[in-house]
Design a protein. Structure first.
Length: 525
């Protein structure tokens, strides 16, 4: 246990000086937050100084002879038409009957003259996760456009948001998502394997997959948080609000556990910081917990989540905290959760064994944690963590900070939530690099032939013991995936062409429309 009492005592000694400042003195909650923060100091930054140089369209990286707007228009047409099965609503990858028609530059031919015949809709353990990335893309599109684009975005949201809310309803347990569900709208046989259950109530004609993980929840909370903030359509926004509130109720009832329909915690359902998994990544679990309870507090009809946030996570109320973790927790004497973010956001490993799924969950959670935090001191601390403990942190001699990886989505996300925006050191260049990466992003999501054997290998392997490269593999040469921003960009690739397997474009659309919303990408580019 750190010496929290010493910090608080030092802060209390300053209170008479603050009281002399009259109206400028912080309110009691802010005083308590400052006393709690690591070092008992303010993390608010001075953002004075010249404006950063303007961003450019990165025309020199246009290897496809296609604008970003043209690429987005194709993907925005492709997604609802082929990747969202009618009546089902979750985003899926597809298999088509014949090779995707492309031109000499391997750009897809117009869908109007070249309709596709889908023969197979995929079903996966994280369908809700990837669907929420598409949901968020359409929320940013809705908030950054007018006219037909805005109307289309809302139309898509009215289709897909009810589908992800159905993932809560089908389990019959408040706040419990399923991994995915199956019904007659999918074009393949009844799923087999473990953890399949009959749907509850009005969804008894469906089956759903249980044992949901933190991955799935991080996607849902991110997507619903973005919708609740940006979409003013009453129907869509209310579903987002209910989703956030119900998840909060589930976590509070179960003391920061995700509990399945069988009454047992799911395999990866530990959310409290000092769980068995959290002991290795305490800052990671703490980030999820802080973000999800903060979202629940914003959406809830009662003050219960907000009280839990202050009492159990920030620990600033002085109240009893015995019920803040599960009764059977092996280690229940927890520090304030923000402390773990400063000292233990341990996602990097010197042997290149990083888990990029954890990176994604961390960034998704931190986005809404910063965006929804209303206290300026606590908000500034969270922003500092994002800047200094997540985006650029390595000191082990292996230059693999996120800021160096050309990850368009992470770059835009981190810059948008930083204390000084593009004035923050390195962030303007990171956003520019993110724009250039999108210029190189393939204009159709099928697997192109690729062999990275010509690129130098690193002296370390990934967490699956596969070799990695010393430098980031150019995005057009990587293996295709439903959300490329969560994949290790140093992985070796050896893939043959496959133009019948078409992957959903949630990754490009989310990065593009987030970039548009924050003004990083001009609509003419």
């Amino acid at each position: 246990m750190r010496h929290r009492t010493v910090i608080s005592t030092l802060w209390l000694a300053l209170l008479p000086l603050l009281a002399a400042c009259g109206e400028d003195s912080p309110d009691q909650r802010t005083q308590d937050i400052l006393a709690m923060l690591p070092g008992g100091q303010s993390y608010v930054a001075d953002c004075a100084g010249p404006a950063p140089t303007a961003l450019t369209s990165c025309d020199d990286q246009d290897i496809w002879q296609q604008t970003l707007a043209q690429k987005a228009a194709y993907y925005d047409q492709m997604a609802p038409r082929y990747h969202v099965p009618e009546g089902h609503g979750l985003v899926t990858d597809i298999t088509i009957a014949n090779d995707l028609p492309v031109d000499s530059l391997t750009r897809p031919l117009p869908l109007e003259e070249n309709p596709l015949t889908t023969t197979y809709q995929s079903l996966g353990d994280n369908d809700g996760y990837w669907t929420e990335m598409y949901v968020a893309s359409q929320a940013f599109r809705y908030a950054s456009t007018t006219g037909e684009d805005k109307a289309k975005a809302l139309e898509n949201l009215r289709t897909v948001v009810p589908a992800v809310y159905r993932q809560l309803q089908v389990t019959g347990v408040e706040g419990l998502y399923c991994r995915t569900y199956w019904d007659e709208h999918l074009l393949h046989e009844m799923p087999s394997g473990d953890n399949w259950y009959p749907g509850a109530g009005q969804y008894s004609d469906m089956v759903f997959k249980g044992d949901v993980s933190k991955d799935e929840y991080s996607g849902h909370m991110f997507g619903m948080g973005v919708v609740y903030r940006l979409v003013d359509d009453p129907e869509v926004r209310e579903l987002a609000r209910k989703s956030l509130e119900e998840v909060g109720n589930h976590l509070l009832k179960n003391r920061m556990k995700i509990v399945d329909v069988d009454g047992l915690i799911t395999k990866h359902g530990d959310i409290w910081a000092t769980s068995t998994a959290g002991m290795f990544y305490p800052g990671f679990n703490a980030t999820l917990a802080l973000s999800w309870i903060k979202l629940a507090a914003a959406a809830a009809g009662t003050d219960a989540p907000a009280r839990w946030y202050d009492r159990c996570l920030l620990k600033i109320t002085g109240e009893n905290i015995d019920d803040c973790v599960p009764e059977d927790a092996s280690y229940g004497d927890e520090d304030p959760y923000p402390w773990y973010l400063a000292d233990g956001f341990n996602l990097y490993f010197s042997n290149c064994g990083e888990n990029y799924n954890n990176f994604s969950m961390g960034f998704l959670s931190m986005y809404n944690l910063v965006d929804y935090e209303e206290n300026p001191e606590l908000k500034a601390f969270y922003q500092w963590v994002l800047e200094e403990r997540m985006f650029q942190v390595r000191d082990d001699g292996i230059d693999r900070d996120i800021i160096t990886q050309g990850n368009s989505f992470f770059n835009f996300l981190a810059a948008s939530q930083s204390r000084c925006g593009l004035k923050t050191e390195g962030f303007r260049d990171a956003v520019q690099e993110g724009i250039c990466t999108l210029r190189r992003f393939p204009p159709a999501k099928y697997q192109r032939a690729s062999d990275t054997a010509d690129l130098p290998l690193a002296g370390c392997r990934d967490r699956f013991n596969e070799p990695t490269h010393t430098e980031v593999v150019p995005i057009e040469r990587r293996g295709i995936s439903i959300f490329i921003w969560t994949r290790n960009p140093y992985n070796t690739v050896q893939e043959a062409e496959n133009r019948t397997g078409i992957v959903a474009p949630s990754d490009f659309l989310l990065a593009y429309w987030m970039g548009r919303y924050y003004g990083y990408i001009d609509s003419r580019w």
